[in-house]
Design a protein around this ligand. Structure first.
Ligand SMILES: Cc1cc2nc3c(=O)[nH]c(=O)nc-3n(C[C@H](O)[C@H](O)[C@H](O)COP(=O)(O)OP(=O)(O)OC[C@H]3O[C@@H](n4cnc5c(N)ncnc54)[C@H](O)[C@@H]3O)c2cc1C
Length: 489
């Protein structure tokens, strides 16, 4: 008779999958619980950009980099607001995560490692992504998971929702799950919560968002309802409340779902001038421009937008832009938005407001007509004089040919900033700073502030999720195997 440790992992995003696979590979038996019918979590929609220093791919391209340099960059970009111990632990191993994916045949996009302009730019290329974005990661992890399932080391419970944590004395010993209306316990030597964020749960999300940001759209998938956070909090776990928020820009309100964005895989407005020189102007709900549209700092424009009424802006352009802009304003990650498709959307799409005059456009947008006319006139003067009051230097053409158009976009939340407190063994801490025995957490459930502080930092959500997940799975299997708390097999 042999004995094996049992680990219960909840969630099959990048964090849960890597934890479960690593634990199984190192000798544990894993119950892997997922409330949806399939695995992958947010990787289905994510850009899937991950970062790591000192990788083989960097060395092959002569890029001089190190985890220490990466950490210094993370500190700089995050304004020093990270959890230094956790972020350092992750960054130290992120290059290994990149090499691990490489060894597994991950389909890297040929441009990586690269510099990414959707967030503040790193000083060296250390960002990677797959040909199918987040789904490329799923492809690799799905294969590894299938091997462990086939070997009987991972028991995968799909369409099964964790509804609570089970305790014996002070120790967490399992989870309660619900499947097809029936509830049952799943017990083990350790429980790992990897249930992701809370941004699709408006009430919970607004508890963490600062004042004045409650109009931001939900830009992530619906599963992010904060289940793990609430279950752990009910047991006394400490939850951060840092008051930090930066939105992503360019997401389009979904006419069919109030306070939700159109699925990012379908369409968004590209903001970064590195990818699309702006031909339009951006005005707020009062009709005023509020930032130079060609700023190269994502942080600068994101902070400007959350100061605007309703966290809302209108991208205003004219017939000349539709005819002449070299690339489509609207894109999707697969880049299928050609100028011709964009021109068609300007004629027919419900996301685009169109009018025969600026006054009519202002009325349709519920924006002050005089203010909008003044903003356009001032911009047109800037095009002529070459000098813009907001300091914009990309001044390609006047906006003076009907029809006029606007795309309304609203600041959006795509990942959770706050989360559970853990130590560097990913053991969940209570409000007194004590370990809650048996309970661990990893991934976005920890809150992105721990790894990105007061900003977005390239790859610093997916990569810590996978990197710390691998470390945790490995550690749990080894530690529990040595601890004697084992199940008969
Ligand atoms: C549009 C978009 C683009 C992004 N791009 C990037 C990027 O390029 N780089 C980056 O670093 N980050 C990016 N992110 C963020 C990143 O995708 C996530 O932070 C990360 O993937 C989260 O991984 P996770 O495993 O912690 O959680 P998730 O991937 O959210 O997985 C959690 C899983 O737990 C399951 N679950 C939840 N509750 C329960 C329950 N009660 N019972 C059972 N199962 C449950 C869910 O169904 C889900 O499968 C992006 C996010 C979005 C929305």
């Amino acid at each position: 008779m042999s004995t094996v440790p049992v680990v219960v992992v909840v969630g099959t995003g990048g964090a849960g999958l890597t934890t479960a696979i690593a634990a199984a590979e190192h000798g544990a038996r894993v119950h892997l619980v997922e409330k949806q019918p399939g695995i992958g979590g947010m990787l289905h929609i994510a850009n899937g950009e991950f970062s790591g220093a000192g990788s083989r791919r960097q060395r092959e391209r002569g890029i001089d980099d190190s985890p220490q340099r990466h950490l210094e960059e993370v500190e700089r970009i995050s304004h020093g607001r990270i959890d230094r111990d956790l972020a350092a632990l992750s960054v130290r191993h992120q290059g290994e995560t990149v090499d691990w994916l490489d060894d597994l045949g991950f389909e890297f996009h040929p441009d990586c490692p690269g510099l990414i302009h959707g967030h503040e730019v790193y000083d060296v290329p250390r960002t990677y992504w797959g040909v199918e974005h987040g789904r490329s990661v799923i492809t690799v992890l799905e294969r590894l998971l299938a091997e462990q399932v086939a070997a009987g080391r991972v028991l995968l419970h799909l369409s099964t929702t964790m509804t609570g944590l089970l305790r014996e004395g002070d120790r967490v010993v399992g989870v309660e799950v619900e499947h097809e209306g029936a509830t049952r316990p799943l017990t083990g030597d350790a429980v790992v919560l990897a249930t992701g964020g809370y941004d699709a749960n408006l009430e919970l999300r607004n508890r963490f968002l600062p004042e004045g940001c409650h109009d931001v759209l939900v830009g992530c998938l619906d599963h992010a309802t904060g289940d793990g956070l609430l279950a752990a909090e009910a047991l006394g776990a400490a939850v951060s409340s840092d008051g930090i928020f930066l939105p992503v820009m360019g997401l389009i309100p979904d006419p069919a779902r109030p306070q939700h964005a159109v699925d990012y895989r379908e369409a968004f407005v590209e903001m970064a001038p590195a990818y699309r020189a702006p031909h339009e102007i951006w005005v707020n709900r009062d009709g005023h421009r509020f930032v130079a549209e060609d700023t190269t700092s994502p942080e600068h424009r994101e902070r400007a937008l959350i100061r605007q009424p309703g966290n809302t802006m209108h991208v205003v352009f004219d017939a000349g832009v539709v005819e002449n802009a070299p690339v489509s304003l609207i894109r999707n990650p697969a880049d299928e938005w050609t100028p011709a498709r964009f021109a068609e959307a300007c004629r027919t799409s419900p996301w685009v407001t169109r009018a025969d005059s600026l006054a009519e456009l202002a009325a349709l947008l519920d924006v002050d007509a005089d203010a909008l006319a003044a903003s356009v006139a001032s911009y047109n003067e800037a095009v002529t004089s070459g000098s813009d009051p907001l300091g914009r230097t990309t001044l390609p053409q006047r906006l003076d040919r009907a029809p006029y158009y606007a795309i309304t976009t609203v600041a959006s939340s795509i990942l959770s900033r706050d989360g559970l407190s853990v130590d560097t063994s990913m053991r969940v801490l209570d409000t007194s700073g004590e370990v809650i025995e048996g309970l661990h957490a990893v991934g976005e459930l920890l809150g992105n502030n721990k790894f990105a502080g007061d900003n977005y930092v390239g790859g610093m959500s997916i990569t810590p999720a996978m990197t710390l997940g691998r470390l945790l799975g490995r550690q749990l299997a080894s530690r529990l195997a040595g601890a004697g708390t084992k199940e008969k097999s």
